[in-house]
Design a protein around this ligand. Structure first.
Ligand code: SF4
Length: 271
């Protein structure tokens, strides 16, 4: 099947199966969305939504959070992953927003990426979700689902995946398509065990076809590569080599969680 035909059929399916597709993060302003997205790096939206009501009640704006110390912020977010780094980022980005952007979240991706803790994925989420710009943030779900369906072939990094998806998906659909792929990955095409029996894409999905035609070796390898939290981390490292993997983690939304030393300490402290 030609790639353009594959994209057409996948879009047609999601238009019908998921006419409404939105972020599951709770927020009330662009600043709160930015904070929630920073918190969601390597963490579930569900967990983030558990901590943000109290955090936003205490610090609803950049001005309010800029007054807080890292320790203050930590006390609200200690149950998310990497709370030390994230407290540091939130304190830093709030101050920079106040000092350089009048307390407003910029709507430009390059400006967004200047903020502490904001990588390409986080900036793209804010662009797509709040400003409805034609952006395609690539997280682990988007990366995996696009690869399984065959929307991307041999993509090694989130950036390659982003470029491929942006090339084929009509601009006006990009913000919604981002949610289609995330939600599909979260609830149907799950990492460890995709629910192909509940999926309407079996006729076009490369992964499913390989399974059906008995290419079990390839399929099993793919499940291992994209299955489970621990193996997902490995996948990220494999996509770009050890060093690139750290950079990639930063690109996927948290500039400094790639720091091994900090990561080790935080994982220890977070458990
Ligand atoms: S058919 Fe299976 S592998 Fe393919 S997209 Fe659907 S759930 Fe994922």
């Amino acid at each position: 099947m030609r790639k353009s035909e594959l994209y057409r059929r996948v879009i047609e399916y999601f238009e019908q199966a998921m006419p409404v597709a939105e972020t599951e993060l709770h927020y009330g302003s662009p600043f709160q969305l930015l904070v929630a997205v920073v918190l969601s790096a390597q963490c579930t939206d569900k967990r983030v939504n558990m901590v943000t009501p109290a955090l936003f009640a205490a610090y609803p704006t950049a001005e309010a959070m800029a007054q807080a110390s890292e320790e203050d912020i930590f006390s609200y977010i200690h149950s998310v992953s990497y709370p030390n780094n994230k407290s540091h980022h939130l304190a830093g980005l709030s101050r920079m927003l106040v000092e350089e952007f009048g307390g407003e979240v910029p709507d430009d991706r390059d400006q967004l990426q200047r903020l502490p803790g904001v990588g390409r994925k986080t900036a793209n989420v804010v662009e797509a979700v709040y400003f409805d710009r034609p952006a395609m943030p690539v997280d682990t779900h988007v990366f995996r689902v696009a690869n399984r369906i065959g929307l991307t072939i041999n993509s090694k990094t989130p950036l390659q995946t982003e470029r491929e998806l942006v090339k084929y998906i009509p601009e006006q659909l990009l913000p919604k398509a981002h949610h289609w792929l995330i939600l599909h990955g979260r609830y149907v095409c799950q990492a460890r065990k995709p629910k192909c029996g509940e999926c309407g894409l079996t006729e076009v999905c490369c992964f499913f076809r390989r399974q059906e035609t008995g290419d079990k070796k390839t399929g099993d390898k793919e499940i291992r590569r994209i299955g489970g939290k621990e193996t997902e981390d490995k996948e990220i490292r494999r996509t770009g080599g050890k060093e690139t993997g750290d950079k990639e983690t930063r690109r996927m939304g948290d500039k400094e969680t790639g720091d091994k030393e900090t990561r080790r300490k935080e994982v220890k402290g977070a458990v």
